[in-house]
Design a protein around this ligand. Sequence first.
Ligand code: DBV
Length: 257
Amino acid sequence: MTPYRLTSLDPIKIPGWRWSSFLDDAINELEPLSLESYPISSEFLDKEGKFGSRSRPEKATASTWACKTNKIRQIRAACIEAGRSASVLNFVISPSHHYDLPFFGADFVTLPSGHLLALDFQPVMKADQRHTDHVWERLIPLHDYWKSFLPGGGPIPVDAQPYFSPGFLWTRLPLDSEGDKLINNVISCVFREYLHLYLDFVRSAQEVSKERSVELLSGQRRYMSYRSSKDPARGMLSRFFGHEWTELYINNVLFDL
Ligand code: DBV
């Protein structure tokens, strides 16, 4: 497929993509930060795949929106659309390691079995109170308020524990009008409020010492290596776009530190 976008900042237009208004909201919220485009090679900007049986072939699309700012190493959205089979927005903000900031992560996944929705400020160093306390203090009240409107998402993998905050919002919703209502009235608000709070931390963040930035970098690498080795989307992406493309996408684009 010829990419229809020339840079990672060009708007995503995937027909029928469920999460497009969420990405639009995020970009609006980010706009004041003077965004620079983030280099993404053309085979990962827009990709089309075929899957399903020969008698009933289906089409999948992946597009990547990305940028950076002076304090943020990478902001990227992986946007996947495959009709009834899947619709995904996976959105991650990776701060520069010269600032004591957590990662921002959102995983909005629609599958035939339902919606699976995750939102969090993921710590670079969970055991370091200098890194976590002032963030969690402001995140937890938001989390507690919005969580009361949503069913719990169930257990998460044990080895993921070091990477979650107490503000981890995690829910599963049905594919019906109740689910749609909660996505439109609750999830879209939480997403906006979490992002707003995160960008507040970015705005006030001050550059850290050389020694501190070395610690932060190694924590960031640990996180990226966890995310890339355990990416729950690996199976789905391979089915849609092939094994080789998927490994390059996960390791060199989505979690590229
Ligand atoms: N997840 C990714 C990327 C995706 C993606 C890059 C490009 O990290 C999608 C797409 N997540 C995705 C898909 C599934 C999940 C599941 C397709 C469903 C897999 C399946 O059922 O086949 C949150 N996402 C999950 C799960 C969790 C998260 C806990 C369930 C995993 C499991 O049950 O094993 N992902 C996790 C998380 C963040 C995140 C906390 C950050 C906030 O991005």
